[in-house]
Design a protein around this ligand. Sequence first.
Ligand SMILES: Nc1ncnc2c1ncn2[C@@H]1O[C@H](COP(=O)(O)OP(=O)(O)OP(=O)(O)O)[C@@H](O)[C@H]1O
Ligand SMILES: [Mg+2]
Length: 236
Amino acid sequence: METRAQVYEGKAKILYATDDPTLLVQHFKDDATAFNAKKRGTIHDKGVVNNRMSEHLFRYVEAHGVHTHFVERTDDRRMVVRRLTMLPIEVIVRNRIAGSLAKRIGVKEGTAARRRIIEFSLKSDALGDPLLTDDHILALGLVEEETLNEVKRIAGQLDDLLTAFFAQRGLELIDFKVEFGLDAEGRLTLGDEICPDTMRLWDMKSGEKKDKDRFRHDLGQVEETYQEVLARVLAD
Ligand SMILES: Nc1ncnc2c1ncn2[C@@H]1O[C@H](COP(=O)(O)OP(=O)(O)OP(=O)(O)O)[C@@H](O)[C@H]1O
Ligand SMILES: [Mg+2]
């Protein structure tokens, strides 16, 4: 397989076309942004960690019945993925109230939730990824109802799988963001990445934050924490 022209450069990754029209190469950069890109920086070898961690977690959830875009990891920073038509929404799953939600509704970071929260936002950097209700999504025709129901079901399944996975490694999964798309056959597929940039993980013993919040809030030990989380993920 041959890597061809760049088709997209985002904040964290670059996508390249390949000689197979159904496949893309996803390249993970060290660039880090937060607060809708108002804060920018780099985290040494973040791309390597996110590529390897995404590979491991895509394989894990695929083995448990979640269809993903992952095909193979080709080097430290690159993986081959199935080309998807992305849904124009981000899917956020929360087990505790933290981050932007805690701030917006004025509750303490880490407040327990009685039940899992699944929420959506419009994928639009220009608008700051605004929150969308189910009705917004359906009324605007952003996603078909059947697909949205399937997205919610898989999001719940992913939460169960990932919560158990990280608990075995001494980490509590507080929340995470995923993106879905439709593959060439129209099948709903988990895309993008699963890594410390897109989830909150708190150490179950110390309560320490083990994710991108260390960069967001200048908590120090940023690179070390990414490496530590990868080591815990790869440990059996
Ligand atoms: N399998 C796939 N096929 C096509 N596009 C994909 C696939 N997986 C992820 N993407 C898209 O590729 C881009 C990845 O780049 P990156 O994560 O750096 O973007 P970003 O800066 O977060 O910005 P945005 O997601 O708003 O475009 C995202 O737009 C994501 O939705
Ligand atoms: Mg992204």
